[in-house]
Design a binder for this molecule. Structure first.
Ligand SMILES: NC(=O)c1ccc[n+]([C@@H]2O[C@H](COP(=O)([O-])OP(=O)(O)OC[C@H]3O[C@@H](n4cnc5c(N)ncnc54)[C@H](O)[C@@H]3O)[C@@H](O)[C@H]2O)c1
Length: 324
């Protein structure tokens, strides 16, 4: 198939490009490089452009006949979304509407969307499945939920099929070490833990050790990047026979505390990781763990990286020798 990857210079999109190319698909990456890296675009064609620029989008769609679009482009720092919501609603919502309108104009009717566990807000059940209320607690999560709703309307009105995949914490790197996680600033725990080792054990900050969890630190569900990418390929297949706007939660279904992650990283890297405990951050729920039974049943999705050590090993391989 001929697949457009919006945001394909970023962490998840670049791994997606590698997997699609390995499966014989033709790939085009569209990215404004605001948080992505040109060095990460190693598979397929690259067109630099912005979702907020309609001419860029017309140029992209005029030159290609896409079978489907995977949309990873977004601003995704929760804190920044609280202080600059306009940037988030504009980039993540208005940018997506531009993309959807251009797809319709050019007859492209399959769309995979990077949604987020942030659409659920504060959990009311231990494991979060698709029936859990979606009540975001920050503008970033709101933008993701708004796009999910917009996709339902585009299905009803325009017959655009979509799958929204709500990732919990994407983690790990390409097992071959060619690409990996590189955000600036980095807000994710695993790269920060590994970078603290590489920065001569610069002290890591642990935000809150007084939560009602097994060791007082926040518990999250980490899912390997390649397992996420596999679900995207299965979502495209699914839309071949299932019309409509669907949503699925993607996680491993196991929660790891911050101290679990530090312990696992110490084991993988063979180093001790010093840390300081700081105050809780506003808006951090104690626990976020997915129930992904629906994706497992519907797609036959079976995550391969089920141990946290195996996920951190791939991340460490990349970070030790980080190229961008
Ligand atoms: N990383 C995670 O754990 C996680 C969890 C849940 C959801 N998500 C979502 O997954 C997607 C990918 O996340 P990531 O970690 O790879 O982020 P990333 O920042 O590495 O990648 C996003 C890419 O989109 C590009 N982009 C942003 N705005 C654009 C625009 N207006 N026009 C063109 N390109 C634009 C950026 O340059 C970047 O390359 C995002 O939508 C994010 O919200 C990520």
């Amino acid at each position: 198939m001929n697949i457009l990857i919006c945001g394909g210079a970023g962490y998840i999109g670049s791994h997606m490009a590698k997997m699609l190319a390995a499966h014989g698909h033709s790939v085009t990456v569209f990215d404004n490089l605001s948080t992505g890296h040109q060095e990460a675009v190693k598979w397929g064609a690259f067109i630099q452009g912005d979702l907020l620029n309609n001419e860029d989008l017309q140029r992209l769609f005029r030159g290609n006949a896409f079978d489907a679009v995977m949309h990873f482009s977004a601003k995704s720092l929760v804190g920044e979304s609280m202080t600059n919501p306009g940037l988030y609603y504009s980039n993540n919502v208005a940018g997506t509407i531009n993309l959807l309108n251009t797809m319709l104009e050019h007859g492209v009717d399959k769309f995979v969307f990077s949604s987020s566990a942030a659409t659920f807000g504060t959990p009311v059940t231990e494991f979060i499945d698709e029936t859990h209320p979606q009540v975001p607690i920050n503008p970033y999560g709101e933008t993701k939920l708004m796009v999910e709703k917009i996709l339902r309307d585009f299905d009803h009105a325009n017959g655009l099929s979509s799958v929204s995949l709500r990732y919990f914490n994407a983690a790990g790197a390409d097992p071959d070490g060619e690409i990996g996680e590189s955000h600036q600033p980095e807000s994710h725990l695993i790269p920060n833990v590994l970078m603290s080792i590489l920065a001569d054990n610069a002290k890591l900050k642990v935000f809150g050790a007084d939560y009602e969890t097994k060791d007082g630190t926040c518990v999250r569900d980490y899912i390997h990047i390649n397992d996420l990418c596999t679900a995207h390929m299965q979502a495209i297949e699914y839309m071949g026979t299932n019309k409509g706007a669907a949503g699925f939660n993607l996680g491993n279904g196991t929660g790891f505390s911050i101290l679990d992650i530090i312990g696992a990283a110490e084991k993988v890297a063979g180093k001790t990781i010093p840390y300081d405990v700081e105050d809780r951050r506003e808006g951090d729920p104690p626990m976020l763990v997915a129930n992904s039974d629906l994706a497992r049943k519907t797609f036959g999705w079976t995550p391969q990286f089920t141990s946290i050590d195996s996920i951190i090993e791939t991340a460490w391989r990349w970070h030790k020798d980080q190229k961008f």
